[in-house]
Design a protein around this ligand. Structure first.
Ligand code: 13P
Length: 257
């Protein structure tokens, strides 16, 4: 069975007082049995958040990661962070290929594949983000886009690296818009992801690999999404910035498990 994973992507939000308040509030909400919890703050806050969670007594309940890494281990890449450095700073996970990175920072499928391989080399667990834009969905190519995003990663980084990842399906039109995919729409795309993973990596890998849904997940829609058979968790943006909302989504995953 695939253990549900609820991940909070803070994006470029937060400061030191926020980190302290958040850790205390999350610890107060308590653990949720049978659910893995992951927080992805801006990279400089990984270590302070780890310390604050530890001090609040929630250190063991929450894994931490970063939102992006570079494809090289080191070099003349001003302003960048390597997977090795993220690991050294206490991150266990990294997002790879978030749609904001693809759209705003020009990350191609090939760049994303290089980052996924770098994360795996450094011992960081990669969460590969895939998903179509509104124009792609309206053109009827949502499925083809997501299959291509997975296929290029398998081709460039190798099927074993892809099989070791977690995938987050995040339709771009549902991110930060309040317009969530319906449970049926999300389930259909998660089936597409799993069938492509089966083609690329085999049936065992497809059965094991967790596929998270992301895009306007909130406490009031989480349970219906998480009840779908191929939705193994959530990648939460805006609602993860409120510790109580995030904890409510974690509790919904516990209920659906
Ligand atoms: P929202 O939950 O704010 O729509 O963001 C989703 C997302 O991009 C998480 O990575």
């Amino acid at each position: 069975m695939r253990k549900p994973l609820i991940a909070g992507n803070w994006k470029m939000h937060g400061d030191s007082p926020f980190v302290a308040r958040y850790a205390a509030a999350l610890a107060d909400a308590g653990p949720s049995a049978g659910v893995e919890v992951l927080l992805l703050p801006p990279a400089p806050y990984v270590a302070p958040l780890a310390q604050a969670l530890e001090a609040a007594g929630a250190g063991l309940q929450v894994a931490l990661g970063v939102q992006n890494v570079h494809g090289e281990a080191s070099g003349a890449f001003t302003g960048e962070l390597s997977a090795e450095m993220a690991r050294d700073l206490g991150a266990a996970w990294t997002l790879v290929g978030h749609s904001e990175r693809r759209a705003l920072f020009g990350e191609t499928d090939e760049v994303v594949a290089g980052k996924l391989a770098a994360a795996a080399r450094a011992g960081l667990a990669p969460m590969l983000c895939v998903g179509e834009t509104l124009a792609e969905r309206e053109a009827g190519s949502a499925e083809a886009v997501v299959r291509r995003q997975l296929r290029v990663v398998a081709g460039e980084a190798g099927p074993a690296v892809l099989a070791s990842a977690t995938v987050a399906y995040e339709p771009v039109w549902a991110i930060g818009t309040g317009r969530t995919a319906t449970p049926g729409q999300a389930q259909a795309m998660h089936e597409v992801v799993r069938s492509e993973i089966e083609t690329l990596c085999g049936a065992d890998a497809a059965g094991r690999l967790r596929v998270l849904y992301g895009g306007s997940v909130k406490p009031d829609n989480a349970a219906a999404l998480l009840a779908q058979p191929d939705i193994d968790g959530a990648l939460v943006g805006g609602a993860s910035l409120d510790a109580d909302s995030f904890a409510a989504i974690v509790a919904a995953a516990g209920g659906a498990a």
